[in-house]
Design a protein around this ligand. Sequence first.
Ligand code: NAD
Length: 330
Amino acid sequence: MSKKKIAFFDAKDYDIASFDEANKDGNFAIKYFDTKLTKDTVKLAKGYDAVCVFVNDTVDKKVIDALEKKGVKLVALRCAGYNNVNVKHAAGRVGVVRVPAYSPYAVAEHAMSLLLTSIRRIHKAYIRTKDFNFSLNGLMGFDLHGKTVGVVGTGKIGRVFMDICRGFGMNVIAYDKFPVKDAGIEYVELDEIWKRSDIISFHCPLTDETYHMVDAKSIKEMKKGVVLVNTSRGALIDAEALLKGIRTRHIGAACLDVYEEEADVFFEDRSGHIFEDDTLARLISMPNVIVTSHQAFLTKEALTNIANTTLSNIRDYLETGKSENEVRIE
Ligand code: NAD
C-alpha cells in the first residue's frame, strides 16, 4: 500500500510528538498544519486521503462538501466528542472516525483536581505562598466526605469520577438518559440532581438535548452554594446564567475545563492581547471560578492512546472502508 497522506489540523507540539512516535515506522505521510480546519483553510486538504481534527475544528456542511470535492475520504477526530462534525451531512460523502476512549482517568482525575483546588482554595494559597504571604484568612474550605455529588452522564469518564468520589466518602447520585443496569448506581431524575447535590459534575455529550442544561431555570433549582464542575463540553452551561449565579452567590464555585465560546480562545496564548470575551473575562476574575483550557485529556497515557487509535482508525478505514470507531447517525 502506498503511504496514506494525512492533513493534520490545529497541530500543537504535544500532538506532533505523540503522532510522530506512533508513526515511527513511517507508514503515514503526515503534514502538520497549525491552523484549524475551517471553510477558509479546507483548501489545504487537497491531495490528502484524510484530515485529522480536534475539538475546535469546524466540520460543517460547507467544509464536508469541500472535503468531498477535494477527494478527501475521511475525517479522523483525535478526540471522543464529535459535536463539531455534521455527521448527518457527512454520511455518504466522507467517513468520520473518532477515539471513543483514550483515558477516562485523565479526564476524571482532572475533574477531581479542579474540585479539590477550588474548595480547598489551593489556587489562592499557591499564589500567596509564592509571595511569602502565609496568612490563612479567606482560605477556609469544606470536607468532601459526606457531601452529595450529582454526576450527569455515567459513561466511561462519569463512572471513573464516581469511583474517585466514593473513595472520598461522598454520597453519589447520578442521572443518565440511558442508565447502566445493575451497576450499583443510584440513578435519579435531573431535577433531583439539581435539588440534592452539593457538587454537580458533567460527563455527558453535548447534544441538542443537553445544550444549556444549566441555565437560569435549573440554577434556581440547585442548592445555594452548589459547586459545578464541567469537563465535558462548554455549551452544557449557559455561561451568562452561570455568571449571574456566581454574582448572586447562588453558585458557590465553578470549575470549568470547557467553555461554550472556547473555540477562538482555548489552546492559544492570548496573554498579549486585549481580551474580547467579557463573559469569560468576568468569570475568570471571580475568586471562586477556576478555568483550565480544555486540558483534562492532557496526560502522557491519553496522548499515546489517542495517536495509536487515530492512526489505526485511519488505516482500517482507508484500507477496508470500515472502522470499529466510525461515527454514524443510527
Ligand atoms: P461516554 O459515551 O462513555 O459517556 C457519555 C454518557 O452520557 C453515556 O452514559 C450516555 O448515556 C450519557 N448521555 C447521553 N445523552 C445524555 C443526556 N441527554 N443526558 C444525560 N446523559 C446522557 O463518554 P465519555 O468518554 O465518558 O465522555 C463524556 C464527555 O466528556 C464527552 O462527550 C466529551 O464531551 C467529554 N470529554 C472531555 C474531555 C476534555 O479534555 N475536557 C476529554 C474527553 C471527553
